[in-house]
Design a binder for this molecule. Structure first.
Ligand code: NIG
Ligand code: FE
Length: 415
Protein backbone atom coordinates (compact mmCIF):
# COMPACT_ATOMS: atom_id res chain seq x y z
CA UNK A 1 0.00 0.00 0.00
CA UNK A 2 1.65 3.21 -1.14
CA UNK A 3 1.44 6.16 1.19
CA UNK A 4 1.67 8.48 -1.83
CA UNK A 5 -1.55 7.30 -3.45
CA UNK A 6 -4.30 9.80 -4.21
CA UNK A 7 -6.94 9.81 -1.48
CA UNK A 8 -10.53 10.99 -1.63
CA UNK A 9 -11.60 11.61 1.96
CA UNK A 10 -15.34 11.79 2.61
CA UNK A 11 -16.00 13.73 5.80
CA UNK A 12 -18.98 14.16 8.08
CA UNK A 13 -17.73 17.68 8.64
CA UNK A 14 -14.77 19.56 7.17
CA UNK A 15 -13.25 22.37 9.22
CA UNK A 16 -10.95 24.32 6.89
CA UNK A 17 -9.77 27.10 9.28
CA UNK A 18 -9.39 29.04 6.02
CA UNK A 19 -10.08 32.77 6.31
CA UNK A 20 -11.32 32.72 2.71
CA UNK A 21 -14.13 30.32 3.71
CA UNK A 22 -14.92 32.00 7.03
CA UNK A 23 -17.87 34.24 7.85
CA UNK A 24 -18.94 35.90 11.09
CA UNK A 25 -21.35 33.01 11.73
CA UNK A 26 -18.85 30.38 10.59
CA UNK A 27 -15.40 31.58 11.69
CA UNK A 28 -13.83 28.16 11.11
CA UNK A 29 -14.96 27.88 7.50
CA UNK A 30 -16.61 24.55 8.32
CA UNK A 31 -19.12 22.60 6.21
CA UNK A 32 -20.95 19.33 6.66
CA UNK A 33 -20.54 16.44 4.24
CA UNK A 34 -17.72 17.81 2.11
CA UNK A 35 -14.92 15.71 0.65
CA UNK A 36 -11.31 16.52 -0.12
CA UNK A 37 -8.71 14.99 -2.37
CA UNK A 38 -5.12 14.52 -1.26
CA UNK A 39 -2.62 14.15 -4.08
CA UNK A 40 1.17 14.41 -4.14
CA UNK A 41 1.23 15.80 -0.62
CA UNK A 42 -1.20 18.64 -1.32
CA UNK A 43 -4.91 19.25 -1.00
CA UNK A 44 -5.80 18.86 -4.69
CA UNK A 45 -9.50 19.69 -4.35
CA UNK A 46 -12.34 20.30 -1.88
CA UNK A 47 -15.98 19.78 -2.88
CA UNK A 48 -18.94 17.44 -3.31
CA UNK A 49 -17.98 13.80 -3.24
CA UNK A 50 -19.67 12.82 -6.53
CA UNK A 51 -17.94 15.60 -8.38
CA UNK A 52 -14.53 14.75 -6.91
CA UNK A 53 -14.99 11.02 -7.61
CA UNK A 54 -15.50 11.86 -11.29
CA UNK A 55 -12.50 14.18 -11.41
CA UNK A 56 -10.18 11.79 -9.54
CA UNK A 57 -11.25 8.26 -10.57
CA UNK A 58 -7.86 6.89 -9.47
CA UNK A 59 -8.37 8.05 -5.87
CA UNK A 60 -8.73 5.62 -3.04
CA UNK A 61 -11.88 6.50 -1.09
CA UNK A 62 -11.61 6.93 2.69
CA UNK A 63 -15.01 6.94 4.37
CA UNK A 64 -14.91 9.34 7.31
CA UNK A 65 -18.55 10.36 7.14
CA UNK A 66 -18.90 9.75 10.88
CA UNK A 67 -16.19 12.19 11.84
CA UNK A 68 -14.74 15.67 11.60
CA UNK A 69 -11.58 16.57 9.68
CA UNK A 70 -9.42 19.56 10.60
CA UNK A 71 -6.01 20.89 9.62
CA UNK A 72 -3.15 19.25 11.49
CA UNK A 73 -2.56 20.89 14.86
CA UNK A 74 0.55 23.07 15.16
CA UNK A 75 2.27 23.34 18.54
CA UNK A 76 4.00 26.73 18.51
CA UNK A 77 5.78 26.53 21.90
CA UNK A 78 7.50 23.46 23.36
CA UNK A 79 10.62 22.62 25.32
CA UNK A 80 10.47 19.04 24.03
CA UNK A 81 14.21 18.15 24.07
CA UNK A 82 14.56 17.06 27.66
CA UNK A 83 15.46 13.99 29.69
CA UNK A 84 15.31 13.18 33.39
CA UNK A 85 12.54 13.72 35.90
CA UNK A 86 11.22 16.68 37.86
CA UNK A 87 8.56 14.59 39.61
CA UNK A 88 10.00 15.14 43.07
CA UNK A 89 10.03 18.90 42.51
CA UNK A 90 6.40 18.80 41.39
CA UNK A 91 5.46 16.96 44.57
CA UNK A 92 7.30 19.60 46.65
CA UNK A 93 5.48 22.35 44.80
CA UNK A 94 2.15 20.71 45.41
CA UNK A 95 3.11 20.60 49.10
CA UNK A 96 3.60 24.36 49.06
CA UNK A 97 7.08 25.06 47.67
CA UNK A 98 7.26 27.95 45.20
CA UNK A 99 8.40 27.49 41.55
CA UNK A 100 10.56 30.62 41.49
CA UNK A 101 12.03 29.75 44.90
CA UNK A 102 12.92 26.21 43.76
CA UNK A 103 14.70 27.73 40.75
CA UNK A 104 16.74 29.99 43.04
CA UNK A 105 18.14 26.96 44.91
CA UNK A 106 19.22 25.05 41.79
CA UNK A 107 16.04 23.21 40.92
CA UNK A 108 13.69 24.05 38.09
CA UNK A 109 15.26 24.70 34.71
CA UNK A 110 18.77 24.09 36.09
CA UNK A 111 17.72 20.60 37.25
CA UNK A 112 16.78 19.77 33.66
CA UNK A 113 20.01 21.40 32.51
CA UNK A 114 22.02 18.88 34.57
CA UNK A 115 20.16 15.97 33.00
CA UNK A 116 20.48 17.35 29.47
CA UNK A 117 24.20 18.09 29.86
CA UNK A 118 24.73 14.47 30.90
CA UNK A 119 22.83 13.10 27.89
CA UNK A 120 24.39 12.17 24.54
CA UNK A 121 23.09 13.38 21.19
CA UNK A 122 21.52 9.96 20.43
CA UNK A 123 19.82 9.98 23.84
CA UNK A 124 18.39 13.47 23.32
CA UNK A 125 17.32 12.60 19.78
CA UNK A 126 15.60 9.42 20.93
CA UNK A 127 13.73 11.22 23.72
CA UNK A 128 12.56 13.91 21.30
CA UNK A 129 11.55 11.39 18.63
CA UNK A 130 9.47 9.47 21.16
CA UNK A 131 7.75 12.67 22.23
CA UNK A 132 7.08 13.76 18.64
CA UNK A 133 5.60 10.33 17.91
CA UNK A 134 3.18 10.72 20.82
CA UNK A 135 2.36 14.28 19.72
CA UNK A 136 1.55 13.02 16.22
CA UNK A 137 -0.91 10.53 17.72
CA UNK A 138 -2.66 13.52 19.33
CA UNK A 139 -3.14 15.17 15.91
CA UNK A 140 -0.07 17.40 15.78
CA UNK A 141 1.72 17.82 12.43
CA UNK A 142 4.25 20.58 13.26
CA UNK A 143 6.09 21.42 16.49
CA UNK A 144 8.31 24.30 17.55
CA UNK A 145 11.12 22.98 19.76
CA UNK A 146 13.32 25.16 21.98
CA UNK A 147 16.76 24.55 23.41
CA UNK A 148 17.32 26.16 26.81
CA UNK A 149 18.22 23.15 28.98
CA UNK A 150 21.86 23.14 27.85
CA UNK A 151 22.89 26.64 28.93
CA UNK A 152 26.45 26.16 27.68
CA UNK A 153 27.40 26.34 24.03
CA UNK A 154 28.02 22.65 23.50
CA UNK A 155 24.86 21.50 25.24
CA UNK A 156 22.61 24.13 23.64
CA UNK A 157 23.97 23.03 20.26
CA UNK A 158 23.43 19.36 21.14
CA UNK A 159 19.76 20.05 21.86
CA UNK A 160 19.41 21.88 18.53
CA UNK A 161 21.28 19.12 16.72
CA UNK A 162 18.76 16.62 18.09
CA UNK A 163 16.00 18.73 16.53
CA UNK A 164 17.95 18.96 13.25
CA UNK A 165 18.41 15.18 13.12
CA UNK A 166 14.65 14.75 13.20
CA UNK A 167 14.05 17.55 10.68
CA UNK A 168 14.46 15.07 7.84
CA UNK A 169 12.08 12.48 9.30
CA UNK A 170 8.91 12.54 7.22
CA UNK A 171 7.23 10.05 9.57
CA UNK A 172 7.16 12.62 12.41
CA UNK A 173 5.65 16.10 12.76
CA UNK A 174 7.69 18.87 11.13
CA UNK A 175 10.02 20.60 13.60
CA UNK A 176 10.96 24.27 13.93
CA UNK A 177 14.09 24.89 16.08
CA UNK A 178 14.43 27.82 18.49
CA UNK A 179 17.58 28.83 20.39
CA UNK A 180 16.70 29.66 24.01
CA UNK A 181 20.13 30.07 25.62
CA UNK A 182 18.77 33.00 27.63
CA UNK A 183 16.43 30.72 29.62
CA UNK A 184 18.15 30.51 33.01
CA UNK A 185 21.49 31.16 34.60
CA UNK A 186 23.81 28.13 34.70
CA UNK A 187 25.83 27.66 37.92
CA UNK A 188 29.14 28.52 36.22
CA UNK A 189 27.80 32.01 35.43
CA UNK A 190 27.97 32.69 39.20
CA UNK A 191 25.03 35.02 39.18
CA UNK A 192 26.29 37.14 36.29
CA UNK A 193 23.25 37.58 34.05
CA UNK A 194 24.91 40.16 31.81
CA UNK A 195 27.81 37.76 31.27
CA UNK A 196 25.45 34.92 30.32
CA UNK A 197 23.71 37.25 27.87
CA UNK A 198 27.06 38.13 26.29
CA UNK A 199 27.97 34.44 25.95
CA UNK A 200 24.59 33.64 24.33
CA UNK A 201 25.35 36.39 21.85
CA UNK A 202 28.63 34.65 20.95
CA UNK A 203 27.03 31.20 20.67
CA UNK A 204 24.32 32.61 18.40
CA UNK A 205 26.85 33.34 15.64
CA UNK A 206 27.77 29.68 15.16
CA UNK A 207 24.23 28.47 15.72
CA UNK A 208 22.96 30.79 12.99
CA UNK A 209 25.85 30.01 10.65
CA UNK A 210 25.15 26.29 10.98
CA UNK A 211 21.43 26.74 10.38
CA UNK A 212 20.57 25.23 13.77
CA UNK A 213 17.83 27.73 14.68
CA UNK A 214 14.97 29.43 12.87
CA UNK A 215 14.00 31.51 15.92
CA UNK A 216 15.64 32.97 19.02
CA UNK A 217 13.74 33.13 22.31
CA UNK A 218 14.59 34.76 25.65
CA UNK A 219 12.92 34.44 29.04
CA UNK A 220 12.13 38.03 30.00
CA UNK A 221 10.71 38.06 33.52
CA UNK A 222 11.45 39.14 37.07
CA UNK A 223 13.37 35.98 38.07
CA UNK A 224 14.89 35.56 34.63
CA UNK A 225 16.33 38.23 32.30
CA UNK A 226 15.62 41.92 31.88
CA UNK A 227 14.71 43.74 28.69
CA UNK A 228 18.19 45.27 28.67
CA UNK A 229 19.81 41.82 28.96
CA UNK A 230 17.65 40.26 26.22
CA UNK A 231 17.62 43.07 23.68
CA UNK A 232 21.15 42.71 22.20
CA UNK A 233 20.68 38.98 21.60
CA UNK A 234 17.28 39.41 19.97
CA UNK A 235 18.47 42.34 17.88
CA UNK A 236 21.38 40.27 16.61
CA UNK A 237 18.98 37.43 15.82
CA UNK A 238 16.97 39.78 13.63
CA UNK A 239 20.13 40.98 11.87
CA UNK A 240 21.01 37.36 11.13
CA UNK A 241 17.60 36.84 9.57
CA UNK A 242 16.19 34.74 12.42
CA UNK A 243 12.73 35.23 13.88
CA UNK A 244 12.06 36.25 17.48
CA UNK A 245 9.71 34.68 20.03
CA UNK A 246 9.87 35.80 23.68
CA UNK A 247 8.72 34.37 27.02
CA UNK A 248 6.99 37.44 28.47
CA UNK A 249 5.08 38.25 31.63
CA UNK A 250 4.78 34.75 33.11
CA UNK A 251 5.28 36.13 36.64
CA UNK A 252 5.60 39.89 36.19
CA UNK A 253 5.32 42.52 33.50
CA UNK A 254 8.87 43.80 33.07
CA UNK A 255 8.32 45.38 29.64
CA UNK A 256 8.70 42.30 27.44
CA UNK A 257 5.61 43.04 25.35
CA UNK A 258 6.95 46.47 24.39
CA UNK A 259 10.32 44.88 23.55
CA UNK A 260 8.61 42.29 21.32
CA UNK A 261 6.63 44.98 19.54
CA UNK A 262 9.73 47.11 19.09
CA UNK A 263 11.70 44.23 17.56
CA UNK A 264 8.83 42.95 15.38
CA UNK A 265 8.80 39.57 17.12
CA UNK A 266 6.81 36.67 15.67
CA UNK A 267 5.28 35.95 19.07
CA UNK A 268 5.15 36.76 22.77
CA UNK A 269 4.44 33.74 24.90
CA UNK A 270 2.70 33.34 28.32
CA UNK A 271 1.46 36.93 28.96
CA UNK A 272 -0.21 36.21 32.29
CA UNK A 273 0.97 39.72 33.15
CA UNK A 274 0.69 42.41 30.49
CA UNK A 275 -0.53 46.01 30.59
CA UNK A 276 -3.06 47.69 28.31
CA UNK A 277 -0.21 49.64 26.75
CA UNK A 278 1.73 46.43 26.18
CA UNK A 279 -1.29 44.77 24.54
CA UNK A 280 -1.83 47.80 22.31
CA UNK A 281 1.83 47.75 21.25
CA UNK A 282 1.58 44.05 20.36
CA UNK A 283 -1.55 44.62 18.28
CA UNK A 284 -0.01 47.58 16.51
CA UNK A 285 3.12 45.59 15.62
CA UNK A 286 1.15 42.44 14.63
CA UNK A 287 2.86 40.27 17.25
CA UNK A 288 0.86 37.11 18.07
CA UNK A 289 0.24 36.10 21.68
CA UNK A 290 1.01 32.43 22.35
CA UNK A 291 -1.14 31.39 25.30
CA UNK A 292 0.07 28.51 27.48
CA UNK A 293 -2.84 27.45 29.67
CA UNK A 294 -1.21 24.23 30.92
CA UNK A 295 1.60 26.27 32.52
CA UNK A 296 -0.73 28.64 34.35
CA UNK A 297 -2.92 25.69 35.40
CA UNK A 298 0.10 23.82 36.77
CA UNK A 299 1.40 26.90 38.59
CA UNK A 300 -2.06 27.78 39.95
CA UNK A 301 -2.00 31.19 38.27
CA UNK A 302 -4.77 33.44 37.03
CA UNK A 303 -5.29 33.56 33.26
CA UNK A 304 -3.80 36.28 31.08
CA UNK A 305 -6.07 39.31 30.51
CA UNK A 306 -7.86 37.72 27.55
CA UNK A 307 -10.49 40.44 27.18
CA UNK A 308 -7.77 43.08 27.07
CA UNK A 309 -5.83 41.18 24.39
CA UNK A 310 -8.98 40.56 22.35
CA UNK A 311 -10.08 44.18 22.56
CA UNK A 312 -6.64 45.37 21.55
CA UNK A 313 -6.85 43.06 18.52
CA UNK A 314 -3.94 40.74 19.37
CA UNK A 315 -4.16 37.43 17.50
CA UNK A 316 -4.28 34.51 19.95
CA UNK A 317 -2.35 31.25 19.56
CA UNK A 318 -2.65 28.25 21.90
CA UNK A 319 0.33 25.97 22.59
CA UNK A 320 1.30 23.17 24.98
CA UNK A 321 4.55 24.60 26.47
CA UNK A 322 5.52 20.90 26.82
CA UNK A 323 8.26 20.91 29.48
CA UNK A 324 9.14 18.94 32.61
CA UNK A 325 8.56 21.84 35.02
CA UNK A 326 5.53 24.00 34.38
CA UNK A 327 3.69 22.04 31.69
CA UNK A 328 4.29 18.34 32.19
CA UNK A 329 2.31 17.26 29.16
CA UNK A 330 2.83 16.64 25.48
CA UNK A 331 -0.78 17.33 24.67
CA UNK A 332 -1.79 20.32 22.61
CA UNK A 333 -5.42 19.10 22.81
CA UNK A 334 -5.17 19.37 26.61
CA UNK A 335 -3.90 22.94 26.25
CA UNK A 336 -6.85 23.63 23.93
CA UNK A 337 -9.31 22.22 26.46
CA UNK A 338 -7.81 24.41 29.20
CA UNK A 339 -7.83 27.46 26.91
CA UNK A 340 -11.60 27.09 26.74
CA UNK A 341 -12.18 26.00 30.34
CA UNK A 342 -9.78 28.35 32.13
CA UNK A 343 -9.15 31.21 29.69
CA UNK A 344 -12.66 31.51 28.27
CA UNK A 345 -11.59 31.23 24.65
CA UNK A 346 -14.27 30.12 22.20
CA UNK A 347 -13.92 26.86 20.31
CA UNK A 348 -13.19 28.83 17.14
CA UNK A 349 -10.53 31.01 18.80
CA UNK A 350 -8.91 27.91 20.25
CA UNK A 351 -8.89 25.84 17.09
CA UNK A 352 -7.71 28.73 14.93
CA UNK A 353 -5.04 29.43 17.55
CA UNK A 354 -3.79 25.84 17.39
CA UNK A 355 -3.81 25.68 13.58
CA UNK A 356 -3.79 28.77 11.36
CA UNK A 357 -2.47 31.24 13.95
CA UNK A 358 0.17 28.85 15.26
CA UNK A 359 1.40 28.05 11.75
CA UNK A 360 1.53 31.73 10.81
CA UNK A 361 3.51 32.52 13.98
CA UNK A 362 6.09 29.96 12.81
CA UNK A 363 6.13 31.09 9.19
CA UNK A 364 4.61 27.77 8.06
CA UNK A 365 2.08 27.48 5.24
CA UNK A 366 -0.04 24.82 7.00
CA UNK A 367 -2.78 25.27 9.55
CA UNK A 368 -5.55 25.61 6.95
CA UNK A 369 -7.18 23.23 4.47
CA UNK A 370 -7.21 24.94 1.12
CA UNK A 371 -6.83 23.78 -2.47
CA UNK A 372 -3.13 23.79 -3.32
CA UNK A 373 -2.05 23.89 0.34
CA UNK A 374 -0.17 21.18 2.21
CA UNK A 375 -2.14 18.04 3.08
CA UNK A 376 -1.50 18.28 6.83
CA UNK A 377 -4.76 17.10 8.35
CA UNK A 378 -6.44 15.01 11.00
CA UNK A 379 -9.36 12.60 10.70
CA UNK A 380 -10.81 12.69 14.22
CA UNK A 381 -12.81 9.92 15.85
CA UNK A 382 -15.12 12.74 16.93
CA UNK A 383 -18.23 14.02 15.16
CA UNK A 384 -17.71 17.75 15.63
CA UNK A 385 -14.98 20.26 16.48
CA UNK A 386 -16.82 21.08 19.72
CA UNK A 387 -15.80 17.63 20.93
CA UNK A 388 -12.15 18.51 20.44
CA UNK A 389 -11.96 21.01 23.27
CA UNK A 390 -13.17 18.66 25.98
CA UNK A 391 -10.38 17.45 28.25
CA UNK A 392 -10.68 13.84 27.15
CA UNK A 393 -6.92 13.33 27.25
CA UNK A 394 -6.53 10.28 25.04
CA UNK A 395 -5.55 10.18 21.39
CA UNK A 396 -8.73 10.68 19.37
CA UNK A 397 -7.19 10.90 15.91
CA UNK A 398 -8.04 8.07 13.51
CA UNK A 399 -5.51 9.22 10.94
CA UNK A 400 -2.97 12.05 10.86
CA UNK A 401 -1.45 13.06 7.52
CA UNK A 402 1.59 15.26 7.09
CA UNK A 403 2.23 16.26 3.48
CA UNK A 404 -0.29 13.60 2.52
CA UNK A 405 1.49 10.77 4.34
CA UNK A 406 0.30 9.05 7.53
CA UNK A 407 2.33 9.96 10.61
CA UNK A 408 -0.18 8.44 13.06
CA UNK A 409 -3.16 6.14 12.79
CA UNK A 410 -3.54 3.96 9.75
CA UNK A 411 -5.14 3.97 6.36
CA UNK A 412 -7.63 1.14 6.64
CA UNK A 413 -7.06 -1.67 4.15
CA UNK A 414 -9.74 -1.78 1.43
CA UNK A 415 -12.75 -3.92 2.44
O1 NIG B 1 7.65 28.11 29.54
N1 NIG B 1 9.17 30.02 31.66
C1 NIG B 1 10.19 29.43 31.40
N2 NIG B 1 10.28 28.27 30.76
C2 NIG B 1 9.35 27.21 30.84
C3 NIG B 1 9.54 26.40 32.06
C4 NIG B 1 10.66 25.50 31.93
C5 NIG B 1 10.90 24.60 33.12
O2 NIG B 1 10.41 24.80 34.25
O3 NIG B 1 11.64 23.66 32.87
C6 NIG B 1 7.93 27.70 30.66
O4 NIG B 1 7.10 27.68 31.56
FE1 FE C 1 8.01 27.95 27.70
Amino acid sequence: MSTDETLLIQTGRLVTCDSLQATDENPLGASDDLALVVKAGRVAAIGEVTNLAERFPEARVIDHRNGVVTPGLVDAHTHAVWVGSRGREYALRMAGADYEQISKVGGGIVASMRAVRAASLPELTEALAARLTRMAALGVTAVEVKSGYGLDEQSERRQLEAVARLGGRRDLPAVVPTFLGLHALPPEAQGDRDGHGARCLQWLEGIAADGLAAYVDAYVDRSAFSVAQARPLLQRAAQLGLGIRIHVGQFADVGGAELAADLGAASVDHLENVSAAGAAALAEAGVRAVLLPVASFTLGQSPPPIALLREAGVELVVASDANPGTAPTESLPLAMALAVRNYGLTVAETLLGATRGAAASLGLSGGVLREGGPADLVLWNLPHEDDLIQPWGGPMAALVLRDGRPIAGALRAPA
